[in-house]
Unconditional design. Structure first.
Length: 272
């Protein structure tokens, strides 16, 4: 009988193979961590510049999308940067603008800046191919503006889905009108009255104009106040220009807010 010896070299190869796999995994984790750290540094610098540009009291949320970040950085072309700021006040007494709870969003498509300049905070030469900007005007501001004419409380904003809306001739065209449903309470001679109003919002010269067609009350005996309520809710809201100076071109109704949006092309990241 022939004696068999243990296959020790195979064990060494097996251990060596496991070591190589572990090494590759560790290096991959380190490279990913370095990529995220570099992206975080870039996001911080953009947040600082956006705080100044948008005149915010604190840094906005900034996210540089796309992986790996390093590849975008080497090209000097960041494909999609998201900027978000919430609860933003905008006041301009000369223009009659007084909004206190805006949500401001900007999507920067192809921000072009060298990595060394970005990390150094020197973005004076940075440009953006396209900015998609929007602001949301929420029920809190609507309630406060409506109270300047008639006392309202607990106003809510919802899309009006009672009737089917015909498909637009050009689905790609920005929507400049939208159906709304407003619900809330008002006070009539010391009595709390619940109301539901139906109408439209329209984009007019960069502002939102609310027009009410029909109002339902929980007390039908008070129908004589309907014209007064309809007039009180015919509010014009002007948030000014969108982020980066984009002109509003579309309006829509969301649950709890009105949204104005628009685009602007070939703009600097910061004002020169």
């Amino acid at each position: 009988m022939t004696a068999h010896t243990p296959a020790r070299p195979r064990k060494k190869k097996s251990r060596r193979g496991k070591f190589l796999v572990i090494t590759v995994i560790v290096l991959g984790v380190l490279l990913v961590a370095a990529d995220f750290a570099l992206a975080a540094a870039g996001e911080y610098q953009i947040a600082q510049r956006m705080r100044e540009k948008l005149q915010l009291s604190e840094d906005p949320s900034v996210r540089i999308n796309g992986f790996p970040f390093t590849l975008q950085a080497l090209r000097g072309d960041y494909q999609h940067v998201e900027i978000r700021a919430y609860g933003v006040p905008i006041r301009n007494e000369q223009q009659g603008v007084d909004l206190r709870d805006l949500d401001v969003e900007a999507d920067l498509l192809h921000t072009r800046v060298e990595l060394a300049d970005l990390l150094a905070g020197n973005v004076s030469k940075a440009t953006i191919d396209t900015v998609k900007g929007s602001v949301r005007i929420k029920a809190l501001d609507l309630n406060r503006l409506a109270n300047q004419v008639t006392p309202f409380d607990k106003l809510s904003i919802e899309p009006d889905n009672r009737a089917a809306v015909p498909a637009p001739a050009n689905p790609a065209a920005p929507k400049t009108t939208a159906a709304i449903k407003l619900s809330g309470e008002t006070n009539v001679a010391g009595k709390v009255v619940t109301l539901t109003a139906y109408g439209q919002i329209a984009l007019v010269s960069g502002s939102i104009q609310i027009n009410i067609d029909d109002i339902e009350l929980n007390d039908a005996s008070l129908k004589q106040i309907v014209p007064q309520l309809r007039q009180a809710l015919a509010i014009k809201i002007d948030p000014g220009t969108l982020p980066f100076g984009a002109t509003p071109t579309a309006v829509e109704v969301e649950s709890g807010s009105f949204k104005l949006s628009g685009e602007i092309a070939d703009v600097p990241l910061v004002q020169r």
